[in-house]
Design a protein around this ligand. Sequence first.
Ligand code: DX5
Ligand code: ZN
Length: 222
Amino acid sequence: MVTRINPSILAADFANLERDLGRIRSADLVHVDIMDNHFVPNLTFGPPVVDRLAQVSPLPFDLHLMIENPELWAPGYAEAGAFSVTFHAEATTNPVALARRLRQIGARAGIALKPGTAIEPYLELLPEFDQVLIMTVEPGFGGQSFMPSTMRKLRTLSEAVNKTGLDIWLQVDGGITEETIVIAAEAGANTFVAGSSVFNSPDPAKQIALLRAAANEHPHAH
Ligand code: DX5
Ligand code: ZN
């Protein structure tokens, strides 16, 4: 199984982002949380900051858009070269149109679901996406506790993805530690966002290796 570890720079030192990007070069992608203070009650980065960070980052970007009107912003991030752009299901009425636009531009298209959002309406749309993000905390802030109640949804999704035969990445985000990553891996996740567990560690590279090893020891059963 391929396991991807994407550290979230929401937990990095905002006065030293270039330095902290250099500390996570053994990861797979850099997870960048874009918040607009409308979809979630917090505000982070916008296009000029993301553009500049991408110039100094050793790894490509996995953008998580926690914003209203993703149609207005997501294509611009894709055009700027983001590896993947994930928007929230709750923020759009036409996820398929937006995903198609992102793929046309050349980015991987992702859809994210808040903990309370059901997966069932999206199962028949799976081929339209390269990644599905199951939020394991309420979006908005780092440092929250993993919600095991979201694992049932992840299992349903994992089974549906396996039936498609497509290589759709299953991402979890929120409260991922060496302990909770095992639970998520067993439920079918293969792409893991980790903010505070990586950046609060004195040795982020070592923590990335520990997370990767923990996930690989417990791959899902399907
Ligand atoms: C929360 C963000 C997460 C956050 C995860 O809304 O989407 O990416 O940075 O942080 P931790 O790993 O600390 O829960
Ligand atoms: Zn995120």
